[in-house]
Write a protein that binds this ligand. Structure first.
Ligand code: NG6
Ligand code: CA
Length: 514
């Protein structure tokens, strides 16, 4: 009898992840702030000295600062795919960096974080960078952009459709390009539309920010981009105004939904290239535009918190702060990020950054904050953005579809900073989809390359080629910078981890079948 009760209790603890199911009245608003290209070391609460981030630091001070918080991939599209679906992106084709005319990657009917919270009675919105494609085969820029966020669980959206360095520079509001004049249709393509179309190649001298690689197609706002477009002039935004636009829209939407629980996926483009901040933030740091972007990002976070305070919602709101991939310096524009870096270490103590499967690629700032409910502190538990779906489902009492959220674990206890609650016991790290993987199990980190040679360089643009063969093994505790490959000393660990990684990748899911 006692054993049975014990088993039941243990079972419940395992199932609930220890966060417990909250009664409807206790369910918090949830804001997931996902910064773009922000590295582990880019904010002062994670060790930055050259730039100050008081608003983000405040979240860390009043919440849990995770030291092993991860996104799933070292580029944007796969991380955002897995944030919203609870499934690793490598399980689905075409989840690498989405092109300007890419179709919707998350198909209607997929179990998603917003659809789960909608079932729980939440109002749902995404404001900011999308980069998960729109439309069936391609976006119909002058018509209905369907499917899109509204078909996978969001009630409302205001989007930067792809990235700020990819065309077009327009907002998408719900299903349409915002402010589009039908008399001036928007055309987007991958070929130069006419011989006299001005580009970053033909008009390089007049650019306000020069490019370094790629990014030399259509010019808008003095900056040449990836891809071509014409028309839609009235709908185009200035890069300088993006942060203000997101903040204003988020404020308006939260106020409108103040009486209901809401879920806001807040996705500012900061600090992605081209790094063009509002005039009032220009020159605010010694690091040039990259530093200024961090200041602008921090300002936005502070504004969101101010809005919550004004609406009396601060204690009713769980904020998760994270990033979509690790840092990069020169990502295609000559903006001084390399030259003005000084002592700043964008990835903190970690190796690599954006595009890599070293720790710097996916280990990022990760903070949860819910005043009154989360005791402030620090956590070394391994948590990932892919776990938000199952964790928030558990907190709000929602069952996950059996065939959905295939890699999402209920870590609600760890995310709420509960003493003794465990994070993940293993974690897969991917890049843009080359087949290279990082695999963490406790203190062990395996790096596995798909091929020797060409793909090796891709493991890290910044920090070069992995010496030796296809595998490397590191002990993160004593060697957080992944410098000393100990695979030769521990072949049995390599073998075990390779087998487990194969299992996770090959079995189609890592969340147990219900
Ligand atoms: C790369 C771009 C880079 C950035 C990245 C996507 C070039 C040479 N590089 O292809 O600038 O846009 O895609 O970044 O074009 S992400 O954060 O959205 O994944
Ligand atoms: Ca990114």
């Amino acid at each position: 009898m006692l054993m049975n009760v014990l088993r039941l209790v243990i079972g419940l603890v395992m199932v609930s992840g220890w966060g417990g199911v909250l009664r409807a009245a206790e369910r918090p608003n949830v804001i997931v702030i996902m910064a773009d290209d922000l590295g582990y070391g880019d904010v002062s609460c994670y060790g930055a000295k050259t730039v100050e981030t008081p608003a983000i630091d405040r979240l860390a001070r009043e919440g849990v600062r995770f030291t092993s918080g991860y996104c799933t991939a070292s580029t944007c599209t796969p991380t955002r795919f897995s944030l919203l679906t609870g499934t690793y992106a490598f399980r689905q084709k075409n989840t690498g960096i989405a092109p300007p005319n890419g179709p919707a990657i998350i198909r209607p009917g997929t179990e998603t974080l917003p659809s789960i919270l909608k079932r729980a009675g939440y109002a749902t919105a995404v404001i900011g960078k999308w980069h998960l494609g729109l439309g069936d085969r391609a976006p119909d820029w002058n018509g209905e952009l369907r499917p899109g966020p509204l078909d996978i669980g969001f009630d409302h959206c205001l989007l930067l459709p792809t990235t700020n360095d990819r065309v077009p520079q327009v907002f998408v509001e719900d299903r349409r390009v915002k402010g589009l004049d039908p008399a001036d249709p928007l055309w987007v393509g991958s070929e130069k539309p006419s011989p006299d179309h001005a580009t970053g190649l033909t008009h390089r001298d007049g650019l306000k920010m020069d490019w370094s690689h790629g990014h030399n197609d259509t010019i808008h706002n003095g900056v040449s981009r990836i891809g071509f477009y014409t028309g839609g002039k009235a709908a185009r935004f200035r890069d300088e105004d993006l942060a203000d636009a997101w903040v204003a829209e988020a404020g308006r939407w939260m106020e409108m939904n103040r009486e209901r629980p809401f879920f806001l996926y807040y996705a500012p483009q900061d600090i992605h290239v081209p790094r063009v901040v509002h005039e009032r933030f220009q020159g605010r740091t010694t690091m040039g535009p990259r530093g200024d972007c961090i200041v602008q990002l921090d300002w936005s976070v502070g504004e969101l918190v101010k809005t919550l305070e004004r609406l009396g919602l601060r204690e009713k709101t769980l904020i998760v702060f994270c990033s979509d991939n690790g840092p990069v310096l020169d990502d295609g524009y000559r903006d001084g990020a390399v030259e003005k870096l000084g002592d700043h270490r964008p990835a903190g103590p970690y190796r690599g950054g954006k595009y890599s499967v070293w720790e710097g690629g996916t280990r990022t700032p990760f903070i949860t904050c819910w005043p009154g409910r989360i005791a402030p502190g620090e956590s070394g538990e391994v948590v990932s953005t892919v776990d938000l779906a199952a964790s928030l489902a558990a907190l709000t009492g929602q069952e996950l579809a059996a065939d959905g959220c295939l890699d999402s674990f209920d870590l609600s206890g760890a995310l709420l900073g509960k003493a003794g609650a465990k994070g993940r016991d293993h974690l897969v790290q991917q890049d843009n989809g080359s087949g290279n993987f990082g695999f963490r199990e406790g203190d062990w980190k395996l790096v596995r390359l798909k091929q020797r040679g060409k793909t090796q360089a891709k493991v890290s643009r910044e920090e070069g080629v992995m010496p030796g063969g296809l595998h490397a093994l590191y002990r993160l505790g004593e060697d957080p910078g992944e410098r000393r490959d100990v695979s030769g000393e521990h072949p049995e660990v390599v073998e075990r981890m390779v087998r487990r990684l194969d299992e996770v990748v090959g079995s189609g899911r890592s969340r147990a079948k219900p």
